[in-house]
Design a binder for this molecule. Structure first.
Ligand code: 5GP
Ligand code: MN
Length: 313
């Protein structure tokens, strides 16, 4: 894929990432958005995302993100970090209407829904893919901050098995662009509000081990969120803490997202391919990190997931 040929003679560009934007979604879209705004000032470029977590607002141009779809036909539209059209949420229509649709993504479950795609499941993050696409002499501090943030989040601070030597050299290059890499990790990845820490402690406290300790599971209801004063955006770190429990292969975390409906997060350590399981329930993701939205009570959902996990252990 050649970005500069995609952008040649183009007048308008739209960019979106997935619903419930995470660090890689925000980092990759803002990286590309900053690049186009700076080096293609003649292009009318807009970035559309759902509300993003507060910790990402320090990134350049984050305040320009538009949160509601518009009735517009773009020459080119980029869907980043999205494995299927549904992941664009309210922005699926504006993407579909665009004259040329481009997808840049690293999900194993990617359904190939654009006119042109750069889909590399082995990559740590969409931010690393954007890094590879951009001319290196044009990666300034603002772009570097966004892409570094994205890589940090999808690798769990360079911890997960998706981290490669290429990821580390991309991160090294970005560090040399004058970014405050230590503050980015601290401020966007580790820092929690007291409310987040308390709801994390509560979720860990009520977690249960099943399948001889190979699976850990926990759930947060809407009532819990009200009681702790948090929104779904602030439940991000819980699945990671569950995952690192000694002896565990798979962690399952649910939060109530609607009537009789739960958002499911799955993480595995070495064996279980979660993208397969998530796909079975209408979701998707990677081998080691996947998700879906499922209907039923928490017990019913846990039972379905455990059934799928049991024969893969
Ligand atoms: P998380 O558990 O952090 O929400 O998501 C883990 C991974 O699975 C992410 O890469 C995310 O994009 C993917 N994922 C989570 N939920 C869904 C979903 O409902 N559908 C699809 N296609 N992917 C999901
Ligand atoms: Mn990603």
């Amino acid at each position: 894929m050649n970005l500069d040929s995609i952008l040649k003679d183009v007048k308008s560009v739209g960019i979106s990432g997935h619903v419930r934007p995470d660090g890689d979604c925000v980092g990759s879209t803002l990286g590309l958005y900053n690049y186009i705004c700076k080096y293609y000032p003649g292009i009318d470029c807009k970035l559309y995302l759902e509300r993003i977590p507060d910790c990402f607002y320090f990134l350049n141009r984050a305040k320009e993100i538009i949160h509601v779809p518009e009735d517009k036909v773009y020459d080119v539209y980029f869907a980043l970090d999205c494995g299927d059209l549904g992941r664009l949420g309210a922005f699926a229509d504006i993407f579909t209407k665009a004259r040329h649709k481009v997808c840049i993504d690293h999900h194993k479950s990617n359904s190939g829904f654009a006119d042109e795609g750069l889909i590399v499941p082995g990559k740590s993050s969409t931010s690393e893919l954007i890094f590879e696409l951009l001319p290196k002499d044009r990666i300034d501090r603002d772009i570097a901050e966004a892409l570094y943030t994205g890589i940090v989040h999808d690798t769990g601070v360079f911890q997960y098995s998706c981290t490669t030597a290429a990821t580390m050299s991309a991160a090294g290059f970005l560090m040399e662009r004058g970014i405050d890499y230590s503050a980015i990790v601290d401020h966007t990845y580790y820092e929690k509000t007291i409310e987040q820490n308390k709801v994390l402690a509560y979720a860990i406290n009520k977690a249960e081990l099943v399948l001889d300790g190979a699976v850990i599971k926990s759930v947060i209801t809407k009532d819990d969120m009200t009681r702790f004063g948090v929104t779904p955006l602030e439940l991000d770190g819980i699945i990671n803490q569950l995952r690192i429990t000694k002896g565990v292969e798979v962690a399952i975390f649910l939060y109530e997202s609607g009537d009789n409906e739960y958002k499911v997060s799955l993480r595995s350590k070495r064996k279980v391919d979660l993208s397969e399981i998530a796909l079975k329930f209408g979701g998707g993701g990677h081998e080691r990190a996947a998700g879906a939205t499922m209907r039923g009570t928490p017990d019913e959902i846990f039972e379905k997931l455990e059934e799928e996990i049991r024969h893969r252990l």
